[in-house]
Design a protein around this ligand. Sequence first.
Ligand SMILES: [Zn+2]
Length: 229
Amino acid sequence: MFFVVVVIDSHAQAQHRWEDIDTSGFHKKEIIKKNGLTLIVINKDSLFNASTLQNMVDVFWKIYPQEMKRFNPQSLRTVTILISNDYKGVAATLNGVIKIDQDWLTVHPEDVDVITHEAMHIVQAYPYQPANLWLSEGIADYVRYTFGVNNQKAGWVLPSYRPGQSYTNSYRVSARFLVWVEQHKRKDIVDKLDTALRKGDYQTSTTWVTLTGKTIDELWTEYSGNSAI
Ligand SMILES: [Zn+2]
Protein backbone atom coordinates (compact mmCIF):
# COMPACT_ATOMS: atom_id res chain seq x y z
CA MET A 1 0.00 0.00 0.00
CA PHE A 2 1.18 3.47 -0.70
CA PHE A 3 0.01 6.89 0.24
CA VAL A 4 1.29 10.29 1.25
CA VAL A 5 0.47 12.08 4.47
CA VAL A 6 2.07 15.30 5.57
CA VAL A 7 1.11 16.74 8.93
CA ILE A 8 2.10 20.27 9.83
CA ASP A 9 2.59 20.99 13.50
CA SER A 10 1.70 24.68 13.49
CA HIS A 11 2.75 25.26 17.10
CA ALA A 12 6.31 24.15 16.59
CA GLN A 13 6.40 25.42 13.01
CA ALA A 14 7.98 22.11 12.22
CA GLN A 15 7.04 19.71 9.51
CA HIS A 16 6.64 16.11 10.56
CA ARG A 17 7.15 13.92 7.61
CA TRP A 18 5.46 10.56 7.23
CA GLU A 19 8.81 8.82 7.16
CA ASP A 20 10.00 10.37 10.42
CA ILE A 21 9.99 7.69 13.08
CA ASP A 22 8.96 8.26 16.66
CA THR A 23 11.36 6.04 18.57
CA SER A 24 9.98 6.79 22.03
CA GLY A 25 9.17 3.79 24.16
CA PHE A 26 10.60 0.38 23.52
CA HIS A 27 12.68 -0.01 20.44
CA LYS A 28 15.44 -2.18 19.17
CA LYS A 29 17.48 -0.78 16.34
CA GLU A 30 19.80 -2.75 14.14
CA ILE A 31 21.89 -1.48 11.22
CA ILE A 32 23.06 -4.04 8.69
CA LYS A 33 25.38 -3.20 5.79
CA LYS A 34 25.91 -5.51 2.87
CA ASN A 35 27.11 -5.08 -0.72
CA GLY A 36 26.78 -1.31 -0.68
CA LEU A 37 23.29 -1.38 0.85
CA THR A 38 22.24 -0.43 4.37
CA LEU A 39 19.20 -1.86 6.11
CA ILE A 40 18.00 -0.22 9.30
CA VAL A 41 15.55 -2.33 11.31
CA ILE A 42 13.61 -0.64 14.08
CA ASN A 43 11.33 -2.84 16.14
CA LYS A 44 9.02 -1.09 18.57
CA ASP A 45 7.10 -4.25 19.46
CA SER A 46 8.91 -6.04 22.29
CA LEU A 47 6.70 -9.10 21.78
CA PHE A 48 7.19 -9.35 18.02
CA ASN A 49 8.23 -12.86 16.98
CA ALA A 50 11.99 -12.87 16.41
CA SER A 51 11.95 -15.51 13.68
CA THR A 52 9.22 -13.65 11.76
CA LEU A 53 11.39 -10.53 11.87
CA GLN A 54 14.45 -12.49 10.75
CA ASN A 55 12.46 -13.97 7.88
CA MET A 56 11.42 -10.47 6.79
CA VAL A 57 15.02 -9.26 6.93
CA ASP A 58 16.12 -12.30 4.91
CA VAL A 59 13.44 -11.55 2.30
CA PHE A 60 14.73 -7.99 2.01
CA TRP A 61 18.32 -9.07 1.41
CA LYS A 62 17.29 -11.69 -1.10
CA ILE A 63 14.72 -9.67 -3.05
CA TYR A 64 15.66 -5.98 -2.97
CA PRO A 65 18.89 -6.44 -4.97
CA GLN A 66 16.95 -8.47 -7.57
CA GLU A 67 14.30 -5.75 -7.82
CA MET A 68 16.98 -3.08 -8.19
CA LYS A 69 18.85 -5.04 -10.82
CA ARG A 70 15.81 -5.63 -12.99
CA PHE A 71 14.01 -2.31 -12.61
CA ASN A 72 16.11 0.50 -11.16
CA PRO A 73 19.80 0.15 -10.32
CA GLN A 74 19.72 3.76 -9.01
CA SER A 75 17.28 2.81 -6.26
CA LEU A 76 17.94 3.99 -2.69
CA ARG A 77 20.93 2.38 -0.95
CA THR A 78 19.49 2.83 2.54
CA VAL A 79 16.17 1.31 3.56
CA THR A 80 14.44 1.33 6.93
CA ILE A 81 11.99 -1.32 8.09
CA LEU A 82 9.86 -0.21 11.03
CA ILE A 83 7.86 -2.77 13.03
CA SER A 84 5.26 -0.93 15.08
CA ASN A 85 1.64 -0.01 15.42
CA ASP A 86 2.35 3.43 13.93
CA TYR A 87 0.76 2.21 10.74
CA LYS A 88 -2.42 0.11 10.75
CA GLY A 89 -3.23 -1.89 7.65
CA VAL A 90 -0.49 -4.42 6.72
CA ALA A 91 2.26 -2.10 5.47
CA ALA A 92 3.09 1.15 3.69
CA THR A 93 6.18 2.69 2.16
CA LEU A 94 7.46 6.16 1.45
CA ASN A 95 10.92 7.61 0.87
CA GLY A 96 12.88 4.53 1.85
CA VAL A 97 10.85 3.72 4.96
CA ILE A 98 8.74 0.56 5.09
CA LYS A 99 6.23 0.63 7.94
CA ILE A 100 4.98 -2.79 8.94
CA ASP A 101 1.84 -3.22 11.02
CA GLN A 102 3.06 -5.41 13.88
CA ASP A 103 -0.41 -6.88 14.41
CA TRP A 104 -0.75 -8.04 10.81
CA LEU A 105 2.53 -9.98 10.82
CA THR A 106 1.83 -11.35 14.28
CA VAL A 107 -1.44 -12.87 13.02
CA HIS A 108 -0.02 -13.70 9.55
CA PRO A 109 3.61 -14.66 10.19
CA GLU A 110 3.97 -16.35 6.80
CA ASP A 111 3.14 -13.11 4.97
CA VAL A 112 6.79 -12.02 4.81
CA ASP A 113 6.50 -11.13 1.13
CA VAL A 114 4.85 -7.89 2.18
CA ILE A 115 8.52 -6.89 2.18
CA THR A 116 8.81 -7.97 -1.48
CA HIS A 117 5.83 -5.76 -2.36
CA GLU A 118 6.86 -2.77 -0.24
CA ALA A 119 10.52 -2.86 -1.29
CA MET A 120 9.34 -2.63 -4.88
CA HIS A 121 7.69 0.70 -4.05
CA ILE A 122 11.15 2.01 -3.12
CA VAL A 123 12.56 0.72 -6.41
CA GLN A 124 9.63 2.26 -8.30
CA ALA A 125 10.31 5.80 -7.03
CA TYR A 126 7.53 7.08 -9.27
CA PRO A 127 6.44 10.69 -9.13
CA TYR A 128 3.21 10.91 -7.15
CA GLN A 129 0.38 10.56 -9.66
CA PRO A 130 -2.89 9.47 -8.05
CA ALA A 131 -4.38 8.39 -11.41
CA ASN A 132 -1.64 5.78 -11.79
CA LEU A 133 -1.66 4.32 -8.28
CA TRP A 134 -3.68 1.30 -9.45
CA LEU A 135 -0.80 0.40 -11.76
CA SER A 136 1.90 1.09 -9.15
CA GLU A 137 0.16 -1.39 -6.86
CA GLY A 138 -0.44 -3.82 -9.71
CA ILE A 139 3.26 -3.81 -10.55
CA ALA A 140 4.23 -4.25 -6.89
CA ASP A 141 1.98 -7.31 -6.68
CA TYR A 142 3.27 -8.57 -10.05
CA VAL A 143 6.74 -8.39 -8.48
CA ARG A 144 5.52 -10.20 -5.38
CA TYR A 145 4.06 -12.91 -7.63
CA THR A 146 7.29 -13.14 -9.65
CA PHE A 147 9.96 -12.75 -6.95
CA GLY A 148 8.11 -13.76 -3.76
CA VAL A 149 9.65 -16.52 -1.64
CA ASN A 150 6.77 -17.57 0.61
CA ASN A 151 3.54 -16.79 -1.24
CA GLN A 152 2.31 -20.36 -1.20
CA LYS A 153 2.64 -20.79 2.56
CA ALA A 154 1.05 -17.38 3.04
CA GLY A 155 -1.92 -18.47 0.94
CA TRP A 156 -1.21 -15.54 -1.39
CA VAL A 157 -2.34 -16.18 -4.96
CA LEU A 158 -3.48 -14.16 -7.95
CA PRO A 159 -7.27 -14.42 -8.14
CA SER A 160 -8.78 -15.94 -11.28
CA TYR A 161 -10.52 -13.54 -13.64
CA ARG A 162 -14.15 -12.85 -12.76
CA PRO A 163 -16.69 -10.77 -14.71
CA GLY A 164 -17.03 -7.33 -13.18
CA GLN A 165 -13.32 -6.93 -12.56
CA SER A 166 -11.41 -4.00 -14.02
CA TYR A 167 -7.71 -3.45 -14.58
CA THR A 168 -8.07 -0.48 -12.24
CA ASN A 169 -9.03 -2.82 -9.38
CA SER A 170 -5.30 -2.63 -8.65
CA TYR A 171 -3.17 -5.01 -6.55
CA ARG A 172 -3.61 -8.70 -7.47
CA VAL A 173 -6.30 -8.14 -10.12
CA SER A 174 -4.04 -5.77 -12.04
CA ALA A 175 -1.02 -7.98 -11.35
CA ARG A 176 -2.71 -10.97 -12.97
CA PHE A 177 -3.55 -8.86 -16.02
CA LEU A 178 0.12 -7.83 -16.26
CA VAL A 179 1.17 -11.50 -16.16
CA TRP A 180 -1.31 -12.22 -18.96
CA VAL A 181 -0.04 -9.33 -21.13
CA GLU A 182 3.52 -10.46 -20.49
CA GLN A 183 2.72 -14.01 -21.58
CA HIS A 184 0.52 -13.18 -24.55
CA LYS A 185 1.58 -9.78 -25.90
CA ARG A 186 4.94 -8.45 -24.79
CA LYS A 187 7.51 -10.16 -22.59
CA ASP A 188 9.01 -6.92 -21.22
CA ILE A 189 5.71 -5.10 -20.69
CA VAL A 190 6.25 -4.56 -16.94
CA ASP A 191 9.79 -3.30 -17.43
CA LYS A 192 8.58 -0.80 -20.02
CA LEU A 193 5.64 0.36 -17.91
CA ASP A 194 7.89 0.72 -14.87
CA THR A 195 10.38 2.88 -16.76
CA ALA A 196 7.65 5.07 -18.24
CA LEU A 197 6.05 5.57 -14.84
CA ARG A 198 9.36 6.54 -13.22
CA LYS A 199 10.10 9.05 -16.00
CA GLY A 200 6.61 10.51 -15.72
CA ASP A 201 5.95 9.50 -19.33
CA TYR A 202 3.19 6.99 -18.64
CA GLN A 203 -0.36 7.64 -19.80
CA THR A 204 -3.00 4.94 -19.72
CA SER A 205 -4.53 6.27 -22.94
CA THR A 206 -1.36 6.05 -25.03
CA THR A 207 1.38 3.95 -23.42
CA TRP A 208 -0.34 0.58 -23.91
CA VAL A 209 -0.91 1.34 -27.59
CA THR A 210 2.75 2.26 -28.01
CA LEU A 211 3.91 -0.91 -26.26
CA THR A 212 1.41 -3.48 -27.57
CA GLY A 213 -0.43 -1.93 -30.51
CA LYS A 214 -3.69 -2.13 -28.58
CA THR A 215 -5.49 0.07 -26.11
CA ILE A 216 -5.70 -1.17 -22.55
CA ASP A 217 -9.46 -1.62 -22.99
CA GLU A 218 -8.89 -3.79 -26.06
CA LEU A 219 -6.35 -5.84 -24.12
CA TRP A 220 -8.69 -6.18 -21.16
CA THR A 221 -11.57 -7.33 -23.40
CA GLU A 222 -9.30 -9.97 -24.89
CA TYR A 223 -8.12 -10.97 -21.41
CA SER A 224 -11.67 -11.30 -20.16
CA GLY A 225 -12.44 -13.74 -22.99
CA ASN A 226 -9.39 -15.94 -22.52
CA SER A 227 -7.76 -15.22 -19.19
CA ALA A 228 -5.60 -18.30 -18.72
CA ILE A 229 -2.06 -17.71 -17.45
ZN1 LIG B 1 1.60 -1.21 -2.26
